[in-house]
Design a protein around this ligand. Structure first.
Ligand SMILES: *Cc1c(COP(=O)(O)O)cnc(C)c1O
Length: 248
């Protein structure tokens, strides 16, 4: 056998070993997060299957998405259009539901609607038209959550519609032909106890559900605060680093 093929064989073995090691690490992270969700649901008297785990794969390669799929993950999330589109295409054979959870630009919104099963981050009326158009072109309704800001009034806030403008925004989504208003999404502010922020979210949701009783999804909770989110009724937790490790 030539030296060349020996070297090649060593490469293949090393790649395989690295792949196995990564698979093992991801499996452990996933098991820990699933256990946390079970425990948090039990503490709140909820059923664990009523809390869906959406694994946030941003910055991680498509090979990690494949590992997740092999471990039974069916829902993944991304926060940037280009990366999301490329990964969704590369992993099209896996039949995953792709959730979009990042800041949306109105000139990209129609494109996002074409590969996403759900958009969690609708925060302004200007996005409704392009999302509706993209979903209409795809020929399948798009699940939409309104992202509501939990930052104190006047804060230099990160994202989300102001609570006093939520009702008008939700109404726009409800009127759109190809969009299905599913519920609310929020991110707890960095400088506050997440439980306090999620209490405000629960109150907003109560009022929201009076207008839209069918829109019961609540997307809240990340690696650091999923327990607090499950305690106030989160139906979807968006977890990245606790499953996949710190982002590369
Ligand atoms: C990155 C991200 C997450 C996941 O954050 P982790 O702390 O890694 O779990 C959740 N939601 C949104 C909107 C994100 O951008």
């Amino acid at each position: 056998m030539s030296q060349g093929s020996d070297v090649h064989r060593d490469d293949v073995h090393r790649d395989q070993a690295q792949h196995d090691e990564r698979g093992e690490a991801v499996a452990q992270g996933l098991a820990r997060v699933r256990a946390r969700i079970h425990e948090a649901a039990a503490v709140s008297g909820r059923l664990p299957e009523d809390v869906r785990l959406v694994v946030v794969t941003k910055f991680f390669p498509a090979s990690d998405v494949r590992i997740l799929a092999s471990l039974g993950v069916t829902e993944v999330a991304e926060n940037r259009h280009q990366e999301a589109q490329a990964k969704a295409e590369e992993c099209a054979d896996l039949g995953l539901a792709w959730h979009f959870v990042g800041g949306l630009q109105s000139n990209k919104a129609a494109a996002v609607a074409r590969y996403s099963a759900a958009v969690h981050s609708l925060d302004r009326a200007k996005l409704v038209g392009p999302l509706d158009r993209g979903a209409g072109e795809r020929g399948e309704p798009l699940d939409v959550l309104c992202q509501v800001s939990l930052d104190p009034p006047g804060a230099d806030h990160r994202s989300g519609v102001e609570p006093d403008r939520l009702a008008a925004l939700a109404e726009r989504v409800a009127q759109a032909d190809a969009l299905r208003l599913r519920g609310l999404m929020a991110v707890a502010p960095l400088d506050e106890d997440p439980a306090a922020a999620f209490d405000r979210l629960a109150a907003l949701r109560e009022a929201f559900l009076r207008d839209h009783p069918g829109a019961g999804w609540l997307s809240a909770g990340m690696s650091g605060d999923l327990e607090q989110a499950v305690a106030v009724g989160a139906t979807h937790v968006r977890v990245g680093s606790a499953v996949l490790g710190s982002r590369p």
